[in-house]
Design a protein around this ligand. Structure first.
Ligand code: FES
Ligand SMILES: [Fe+2]
Length: 440
């Protein structure tokens, strides 16, 4: 097919090409604020990024039971993820082959069949159309022929329990290759549980009156923490009377580029909050200390001293391009988000935990999670407020056109308070949006 290049598509391509400007010699990295406000860029990134990349849907632990399913909205697509009667993982488009109604309205559950609520067509949990009321009016063989079954998303795969989809039938990169270095960090996070990891039941859903990319930047932004979250740090520092000494083998917190737009930041293991699997804090009491010491002992026996230290003591904030955050800090948050408009984003967040951990450990974990990471915790409202302020600031785009993301630009080993993780994101965003918007 010959691509049709219109004046409008030429204009958007030329805007996109100039949206990110990196000048290594000057130590400058700039992002044009149109990337956060422009409707044409918003539409281009839906096609060039969300319809091309591997995107997080859910976790295998959420569909562990027979014929279990969860309903998810991913990049504007209504989906159902399930494990069918044969134990196979499926991700179906949640739409009836008849006239389109959602075949699944519940958030989660167990079902061996999905009945469309509109005219009653029935699909089994493998997606096969098995019953149609008044089937005699249909041509013989049409119902059984397979063309009216539920449709699966083009590519579905999972890594360490994290399930991803890719909507692009032409996609050739495997999930493992796509994840690149991010797979190693998912390994570290997942190694905490001797029996695997599970999503704790329940999901937090909240919205942000700002562009989705601001949240991806923010989720591993070590630079903002002391200022934006001063209240939390004051509170924790006043509560905790002592800190775990730094592990001498850890360097100061760094930013790491993991390839393909993924990146993460690490800490030196001295931050003031507790880690349920590895860093005791005085406010948890002596009994908790004995339990955490034993957890660390067992992890060390299982993983060896060096890896166990990494798993238990170091905090890490990871961005998986384009829109998955796995932050392993005072608890583990798995967070994904989708743009509804250039200035409006819907966020889904879960907490991940070792399967089979004790009730006391789970209790510490959940309290930590809601205290800092939950939408009503110490951090999230602060972050939402800051991102909203940024979005409001972009109303001045005609006067002030560029964001500066240059911290640590010329450093060989950028610190976690630098912005190398954001530059990794933006380079990938820019490469994909320019490449995949060509020829439209
Ligand atoms: S739309 Fe589903 S049965 Fe008619
Ligand atoms: Fe924050």
């Amino acid at each position: 097919m010959i691509p049709i290049v219109t004046e409008a598509s030429r204009a958007i391509r030329s805007v996109l090409e100039k949206a990110v400007i990196e000048d290594k010699a000057a130590g400058s990295f700039r992002v044009n604020r149109k990337a956060f406000v422009d409707q044409a860029i918003f539409e281009a990134e839906r096609q060039a990024i969300f319809e091309k990349c591997w995107l997080y849907v859910g976790h295998m632990s959420e569909i562990a039971k027979p014929s279990a399913f969860v309903r998810r909205k991913v990049a504007g697509h209504e989906l159902v993820m399930n494990k069918d009667r044969n134990g196979k993982l499926n991700v179906f488009y949640n739409t009836c082959a008849h006239r389109g109604a959602l075949i699944c309205r519940e958030a989660a559950g167990q079902k061996r069949a999905f009945q469309c609520p509109y005219h009653g067509w029935v699909y089994d949990d493998c997606g096969k159309l098995v019953d149609v009321p008044g089937k005699e009016a249909m041509a013989p063989g049409l119902v059984e022929g397979g063309t009216l079954n539920l449709k699966s998303v083009a590519h579905v795969d999972h890594y360490r329990g994290f399930v991803f989809v890719n909507f692009d039938p032409q996609a050739r990169v495997s999930l493992k290759d796509y994840l690149a270095g991010a797979a190693d960090i998912l390994d570290i996070v997942s190694d905490q549980g001797p029996n695997g990891m599970e999503i704790v039941a329940g999901m937090q859903e909240y919205s942000l009156p700002a562009n989705w990319k601001l949240l991806q930047e923010n989720s591993a932004d070590g630079y903002h923490a002391a200022v934006t979250h001063a209240t939390y740090f004051d509170y924790v520092n006043s509560r905790e009377t002592e800190r775990t000494p730094a592990n001498p083998t850890f360097k100061r917190g760094r930013c790491h580029d993991l390839g393909n737009g993924h990146a993460y930041t690490t800490s030196r293991g001295t931050l003031p909050w507790g880690r349920p699997y590895g860093r005791w804090i005085p406010s948890w009491g002596e009994e908790a200390k004995a339990e955490i010491d034993e957890i660390v002992r067992q992890l060390t026996e299982r993983l060896g001293e060096e890896r166990a230290a990494l798993v238990t003591q170091a905090d890490r904030n990871m961005l998986i391009f384009p829109n998955l955050v796995v932050n392993d800090i005072m608890a583990i948050t798995v967070r994904t988000f989708y743009p509804v408009r250039p200035d409006y984003t819907v966020i889904n967040a879960w907490t991940l935990a070792p399967m089979g951990e004790s009730a006391t450990s789970r209790d510490r974990r959940l309290k930590n999670f809601v205290e800092f990471l939950g939408p009503a915790g110490f951090a999230t409202p602060d972050d939402v407020e800051m991102l909203e302020l940024c979005q409001k600031g972009y109303s001045n785009i005609n006067g002030v056109e560029w964001n500066d993301i240059s911290r640590g630009m010329n450093s060989e080993e950028p610190f976690s308070t630098d912005e190398a993780q954001m530059r990794a994101f933006w380079r990938q965003w820019h490469a994909l949006i320019v490449a995949n918007t060509k020829g439209e």
